[in-house]
Design a protein around this ligand. Structure first.
Ligand code: HEM
Length: 512
């Protein structure tokens, strides 16, 4: 059942099950004297829940922007939701007033005890989050991120071998590339080429977790905590079952890889990882609170980093299939700088501006988190003459920002040249809005961009991505948005590039 259909089913149940008098939308009982930001007229009880288009709320919010502007009030059930449709307003609030706009609205999910209280990205704005953030910053700040470049390049080469071996499985290969890169960096763990036990554990947990904490669920559960007690057989409510499943997988996801690192360290192995670095920083003796924070932050790095990066790579493949002339221009750039006797390395990165522009455009073209991750206010506030309530859910609509025609003319077209000056060098601006805003800005951004570069530059140098039949591109609408499978052939650019030749070329590499 889609999340919106599910929301509606649950909401209808609520309408019949609760006393209407206790369910008046906050718009009508808000004690603030200033008006709330404009927005579509809400229904009593449901607010705008039924006005939101299908499973793509970002599209509705973007369309509403034409009528109501860059700051929209759109309550769902009894949640105050404020949608921000422009980068300028997002910066004014989430960055300049970050002391007030850095909380998360998902406290209700944690109260459900689904086992996700370890997730740094969901933690409220407080001391526990600060401790997680410090651990993550230490591991993924620019100076630390460069130490992972050899791992990222090695994983990109494994991706090439896998793509050559079974191109039809490219989606699985992209997923393995991002999952195994993160597992290696975070836990020093080397994944098996297929069916890796630890990758399966964390991927299964991630899949259930993203379902359980979907924004639709959060809105319904925050409004009607009594829903927690609805039996799992009630039509449309599979929630209880998923909660039990989520708790089990989440515990395994946090504990199993951490134990792997502990065992390795105890055996005297010297494999470097984010976790072993964090443990060693304390001289090996970690107090229990920090130990839980290290476990949580490392599991979060996987949850936040694997799916986002593989979804971005799927968008890249789609963009190449739809735009062969762009693919060819990038390959000509690589051939001119790198040649055809070796593969691109990070040393070539600054000399390949068009490849860099492709990465920026891939991130902008279809943001994989179209609504980012919601923030929340800790106190009431006022902006542009409008009241912003305390505890409001704040959504920075990355989709609307990516569709800003004034900044990105013909915004739905894939045009890497937007990021280039007339002389072919890169403009200073980047599509930073896809990584969020303020104090909650994506902590893995440098790592993510380097992973994308290693995979994209390597793939472009060896393969052509070819449309094998006509199709209408479509995207999924889950925790992340990525292209639904499409017909595509992946073939080596040169007939001489056999699997054996490619393997020899990779084995001969000395500099990464
Ligand atoms: C293309 C890849 C990625 C995209 C598009 C992306 C995007 C985002 C966005 C939109 C947020 C929410 C920011 C906000 O609340 O304003 C976020 C948060 C976060 N990201 Fe990323 N991300 C990516 C890759 C990664 C990677 C590789 C890692 C891990 C190393 C990572 C770790 C995190 C963490 C831990 C947070 C939570 C930060 C906090 O709540 O303080 N992300 N990311």
């Amino acid at each position: 059942m889609s999340s919106v259909a599910e929301t509606s089913a649950i909401a209808l149940f609520c309408v019949f099950g609760f006393t209407i008098s206790s369910l008046v939308v906050k718009r009508y009982r808000s004690p603030v004297t200033l008006p709330l930001p404009p927005g579509p007229p809400p229904l009593p009880v449901l607010g705008n829940a039924l006005d939101i288009k299908g499973d793509e709320p970002w599209i509705s919010y973007t369309e509403w922007g034409a009528t109501y502007g860059d700051l929209i009030y759109s309550p769902v059930l009894n949640l105050d939701i404020i949608v921000i449709n422009s980068e300028d307003v997002a910066k004014s609030l989430l960055e300049k007033r970050s002391h007030n706009f850095s909380d998360r609205p998902l406290g209700s999910v944690n109260k459900l005890r689904v086992g996700l209280s370890f997730v740094s990205a969901l933690l409220g704005y407080g001391d526990t989050w600060r401790m997680h953030r410090r651990i993550l910053h230490q591991a993924f700040r620019p100076a630390a991120s460069v130490t992972y470049l050899p791992t990222q390049l090695r994983k990109a080469r494994e991706l090439l071998i896998n793509l050559h071996d079974s191109p039809e499985d490219y989606e699985a290969h992209l997923q393995l590339f991002t999952a195994s890169t993160i597992m290696s960096i975070v836990y020093g763990y080397t994944t098996a080429p297929r069916n890796d036990h630890l990758v399966n554990v964390v991927e299964r947990a991630a899949a259930v977790a993203t379902k359980v904490v979907s924004p639709a669920r959060a809105a319904v559960l925050a409004s009607f905590p009594a829903l927690k007690s609805i039996p799992s057989w009630f039509p449309g409510v599979s929630f209880q079952r998923e909660v039990v499943e989520c708790r089990k997988y989440a515990t395994e996801m946090v504990e199993a890889p951490f134990k792997y690192v502990q065992d390795k360290m105890a055996s005297g192995a010297t494999i470097r990882s984010m976790v072993s670095d964090a443990v060693k920083k304390d001289g090996g003796v970690v107090d229990p609170v920090r130990r839980e924070a290290i476990k949580g932050a490392s599991a979060t790095a996987f949850l936040a980093g694997a799916e986002t990066a593989s979804s971005t790579l799927r968008n890249f493949v789609l963009a190449m299939v739809l735009n062969p002339q762009i693919q060819q221009r990038a390959q000509e750039e690589i051939d001119a700088i790198v040649g055809t006797d070796r593969l691109p390395t990070f040393g070539d990165r600054d000399s390949l501006p068009f490849v860099e522009a492709i990465i920026r455009e891939t991130l902008r073209w279809h943001p994989v988190l179209p609504l980012g991750l919601a923030h929340a206010t800790t106190s009431s506030d006022v902006f542009g003459g409008y009241a912003i309530p305390k505890g409001a859910t704040i959504i920075a609509n990355a989709w609307a920002m990516s569709r800003n025609e004034a900044k990105y003319p013909n915004a739905s077209d894939f045009k890497p040249e937007r990021w280039l000056k007339v002389d072919g060098s890169l403009v200073d601006e980047r599509p930073d809005f896809v990584f969020g805003f303020g104090r909650r800005f994506c902590v893995g951004r440098h790592l993510a961009e380097a992973s994308l570069w290693s995979a994209i530059a390597s793939m472009l140098s060896i393969f052509n991505f070819i449309k094998s039949e006509e199709f209408e591109p479509k995207w999924t609408f889950g925790a992340t948005s990525h292209p639904i499978s499409f017909p595509c052939r992946i073939v080596p650019r040169s007939p001489c590039m056999t699997l054996e030749t490619l393997t020899q070329m990779i084995q001969a590499e000395t500099v990464v």
